[in-house]
Design a binder for this molecule. Structure first.
Ligand code: PNS
Length: 162
């Protein structure tokens, strides 16, 4: 039984995240999506909302579950018996951000990070951009799984997407 952890802030989960989770599941028997806190970012949605949205978005995927990462990802990896961390790369900037975390997680937990290249058709999607587009009234419905857009619009104080 091979287990991968897909960690992230998921603030909110996007279609790009779902694509990465699917790719991880194609390589591992079980995928645990870990909704964590990034101390370098201020989250729009609270962690319970992020977990619930991710659970709904991924409910149809067999062998995938969503859990909150309460503290250090390295501890979560050990508790869940993870064989690998899987993260998606959209470009070089993602790699630059991910490399130090991959090295630190291997140092702390002895777990390797596997990078997958996502669908290029989704490469423009980032949670930060989704929130920014929503804040200024742009359409985010085709960037996120069903139900997520309404939650983001409510959180940024936009009722109608305009
Ligand atoms: O989606 P993100 O914000 O790029 O994901 C980063 C995240 C949340 C996975 C990272 O900040 C994290 O692992 N946070 C949990 C606390 C922790 O373990 N920090 C040290 C990371 S090496």
């Amino acid at each position: 039984m091979t287990i991968a952890v897909c960690p992230g802030s998921f603030d909110p989960i996007t279609l790009g995240h779902v694509d990465v989770v699917r790719r991880a599941r194609s390589m591992f028997d079980e995928v645990v999506v870990g909704v964590a806190t990034n101390s370098g970012k201020s989250a729009l949605l609270d962690v319970d909302a992020r977990v619930e949205l991710a659970r709904t978005a991924l409910a149809g995927l067999d062998g995938v579950r969503v859990e909150r990462v309460a503290g250090l990802l390295a501890d979560f990896l050990r508790v869940n018996g993870a064989n690998a961390v899987v993260k998606g790369l959209r470009g070089g900037a993602d790699f630059d951000a991910e490399l130090p975390m991959a090295l630190m997680n291997r140092h702390l937990a002895g777990v390797e990070t596997v990078f997958v290249v996502g669908d290029p058709a989704l490469a423009h999607i980032a949670s930060s951009l989704v929130k920014d587009v929503a804040r200024y009234g742009g359409d985010i419905d085709d960037l996120v799984p069903p139900g997520v857009a309404d939650a983001v619009r409510a959180a940024v104080g936009r009722k109608d997407g305009r």
